[in-house]
Every structure is written in structure tokens, then in C-alpha cells.
Design a binder for this molecule. Structure first.
Ligand SMILES: [Zn+2]
Length: 55
């Protein structure tokens, strides 16, 4: 497994912290996009940054 690739298992358990929607893994951008609310989460060093900006 490549270092910067998220595992299938991790993707399966992750959901959007804002709306609990499914996340779409954008491999090229190294981002996770929520298919429900459209929020986008960055992936840093292979770890998704699941922070909700309430601003
Ligand atoms: Zn969402």
C-alpha cells in the first residue's frame, strides 16, 4: 500500500463529521469530499483532517 493512499477500511468507517454523509476520496487532490453537504476535507500525511469549520 502506498504511503499516501487511504485504506479501504478507513474510508469505510469515515463519514462527514458535519452531516454523517458518505465521503468521496479524491485521490489526485488528496481530499475527501462529502457527497451530501459538499464539504471538503484535506488529507495530510495520509490522515484525513476531519474538522468542521462552523464559520
Ligand atoms: Zn457532509
Amino acid at each position: 500500500m502506498a504511503l499516501n493512499e487511504l485504506s479501504r477500511e478507513l474510508l469505510d468507517v469515515l463519514c462527514c463529521p458535519a452531516c454523517k454523509g458518505d465521503l468521496d476520496y479524491r485521490k489526485k487532490e488528496q481530499k475527501l469530499a462529502c457527497t451530501k453537504c459538499g464539504r471538503v476535507y484535506a488529507i495530510e500525511d495520509g490522515i484525513p483532517v476531519m474538522m468542521v469549520d462552523e464559520g
